[in-house]
Design a binder for this molecule. Structure first.
Ligand SMILES: Nc1nc2c(ncn2[C@@H]2O[C@H](COP(=O)(O)OP(=O)(O)OP(=O)(O)O)[C@@H](O)[C@H]2O)c(=O)[nH]1
Ligand SMILES: [Mg+2]
Length: 311
């Protein structure tokens, strides 16, 4: 890329935090587009998704690695997610610890801060002394008002934390300040993605995630955790209409019945919501075909996880 400023800065920001603190929402807020799905369900994020935010004027590029929330491994899916988190953090230039300000700093946050400190100490043994600064974002500031002050203090006292920023990923408050601070500490170097990119995901994966996002917000109990989506067809007709085929996987016949709903009402709702998101992403009209299938225990099936790219 010859048209970028000579002295660009560019780096990987690894987001860490408990499930549901708002990591994906924060990535979207910094990138300025829906690259990662978010929902009220814990463990919404399953894959490490990279959101790319380039400021051409400043000559900076942040590659935000949105990671699954950290918790104790429960099954093949969660334990792979956990390994992925540790691997990604080891390769990051900056660790961004995200805390739910509404809940304050708790044992889970302390555990993650210690993990980050461990990753930094390892990085410092390998490289120069400035490796892996740890920045903390105290999120959901919109819910707190002045009550945020003690949370900011507690966050700044977490082992290893270098800087603390109050933000609201939902309203955008404090996000530009956080983003420009991050841009000021990433290493000097060329952009790692074309500046117009917003994400590193193949299109099919992003569309599958948009469909899964709709399934998540429209189901309850154990179902959100059991849903996986695979896009099986994607083409654009000559008249411009996009034809998208996708399978929604669940783990049992009863889940399948619930997901389809009476007279197909539930899957229809999911389809309508997903079609809107997909049309926004593809920039054109979309015809979406959804098929609900039972794949028993797909979460424990290593082959299936491999094929889905959850490594
Ligand atoms: N009020 C408020 N809600 C927020 C904010 N940021 C995120 N949320 C909400 O918190 C919930 C969880 O957000 P996510 O972005 O999915 O959280 P996450 O940390 O990525 O969760 P996992 O992927 O499950 O680890 C969603 O309902 C968001 O709308 C915020 O700044 N303020
Ligand atoms: Mg997430």
């Amino acid at each position: 890329m010859s048209d970028q400023p000579a002295d660009t800065r560019s780096g990987f920001i690894g987001l860490a935090g408990r499930p549901n603190v708002g990591k994906s929402t924060l990535v979207n807020a910094i990138v300025g587009a829906k690259v990662a799905i978010s929902s009220v369900r814990p463990q919404t994020t399953r894959r490490a998704i990279r959101g790319v935010a380039t400021d051409l004027e400043a000559g900076t590029q942040l590659v935000l690695v949105d990671l699954p929330g950290v918790q104790r491994p429960r099954d093949e899916l969660t334990s792979r997610m956990q390994k992925k988190v540790e691997g990604e953090l080891a390769g990051a230039d900056v660790a961004l610890l995200v805390i739910n300000g509404e809940e304050g700093v708790g044992a889970g946050d302390r555990f993650i801060a210690e993990t980050l400190l461990g990753a930094r100490n390892e990085a410092r043994e390998r490289e120069e002394s400035g490796a892996l600064p740890i920045v903390c974002a105290v999120n959901k500031a919109d819910r707190l008002g002045r009550n945020i002050v003690p949370v900011l203090v507690a966050a700044s006292e977490l082992a290893g934390v270098d800087e603390v920023f109050p933000v609201s990923a939902l309203t955008g408050e404090g996000v530009p300040e956080l983003a420009s601070y991050l841009a000021s500490i990433v290493p000097e170097g060329p952009y790692m993605y074309p500046p117009e990119d917003r994400s590193d995901q193949p299109r099919e994966l992003l569309l599958a995630e948009l469909i899964r996002g709709q399934a998540l917000i429209r189901t309850r109990d154990e179902i959100p955790h059991s849903v996986e989506v695979k896009v099986t067809g994607l083409e654009q007709r000559e008249d411009g209409l996009w034809l998208v085929d996708a399978e929604i996987w669940v783990e049992s016949d009863s889940q399948k019945r619930i997901l389809i709903g009476k007279n197909g009402f539930k899957v229809g709702e999911i389809g309508t919501g997903a079609r809107k998101d997909i049309e926004q992403e593809l920039g054109g009209k979309v015809h979406l075909d959804l098929h609900v299938k039972v794949k028993r225990k797909w979460r424990r099936d290593e082959d299936m996880l491999d094929r889905l790219g959850i490594d």
